[in-house]
Design a protein around this ligand. Sequence first.
Ligand SMILES: Cc1cc2nc3c(=O)[nH]c(=O)nc-3n(C[C@H](O)[C@H](O)[C@H](O)COP(=O)(O)O)c2cc1C
Length: 293
Amino acid sequence: MILDLKDLKPAERQHYLLHVVAPRPICFASTIDKEGNVNLSPFSFFNLFSYNPPIVIFSPSRRGRDNTTKHTLQNVLEVPEVVINIVTYDMIQQTSLASCEYPKGTNEFIKAGFTEMPATIVKPPMVKESKVTMECKVIEIKPLGSEGGAGNLVICEVLRMHIDDSLLDEHKKIDQKKIHHVARLGGDWYCKVDESNLFHVTKPTTESGIGIDTLPSTILQSKILTGNNLGQLANVTELPVIDPSFDDAHLKQIILYYSINPDEMERELHSYAKKLLEEGKVREAWQVLLAVV
Ligand SMILES: Cc1cc2nc3c(=O)[nH]c(=O)nc-3n(C[C@H](O)[C@H](O)[C@H](O)COP(=O)(O)O)c2cc1C
């Protein structure tokens, strides 16, 4: 299927874009109007765009239904300050409740059962239950259109972060495994991040990988190695050579057993290399593959 966005109704655009541009982190924004009424609402049109200066942007859209603007937008136009609270799995049902269209002036801290904690630089309060909160100054608000569904970029400079000590390791750095973020996808779908679905992808920071185009053709044309496997192999900084000291009993067994059938031997070696790559053993996988290159 090919879609031209101009031919779609706004609700259809919303469906396809929100299911595809996902998962999106959630900004739980606490704002205040000029009378001092507090508002708390979630926004998944949200991300980090710069760390020097430290800039995050979220976007309260004009309502598709009646083209009205959200209270959060009205508030930041009156008082250009916001606390962005990070949403973790244990907060998600209450966060969703805070997204109800309550009348203006309703404090969603009370409706959703969160605890207000005074911020230290800005006027809107922080969510006590959130493990990371960011006190921000709104530096610019950029409307993206005037019809229902149009976003309004609220460009925020992060002034101060509050990080719960339970998220830190011994060097006071954030242990990614400990923040159980939730993110929004299409419709009612969410996902959570925890140790069962986190994984590392190693990237050389100073030198470039050799690239998939440099891989030997037997590896490149493998029917067993996947794109992910090739990506790992091509991430080395120079083409490996046979290491005579590499001593691997299973490799020896394959070579001995399949010596009369080179096609089967290649298949076995590629399967073994794939297993090693899945365990993150790139050097060992290369040595196994070099046995037939
Ligand atoms: C997880 C989640 C993410 C949301 N993301 C957005 C968003 O990015 N933009 C938006 O306009 N509305 C979003 N909404 C809907 C708003 O939270 C909802 O319209 C809310 O009532 C706005 O409150 P306000 O009028 O008090 O600012 C989201 C709702 C949920 C539950």
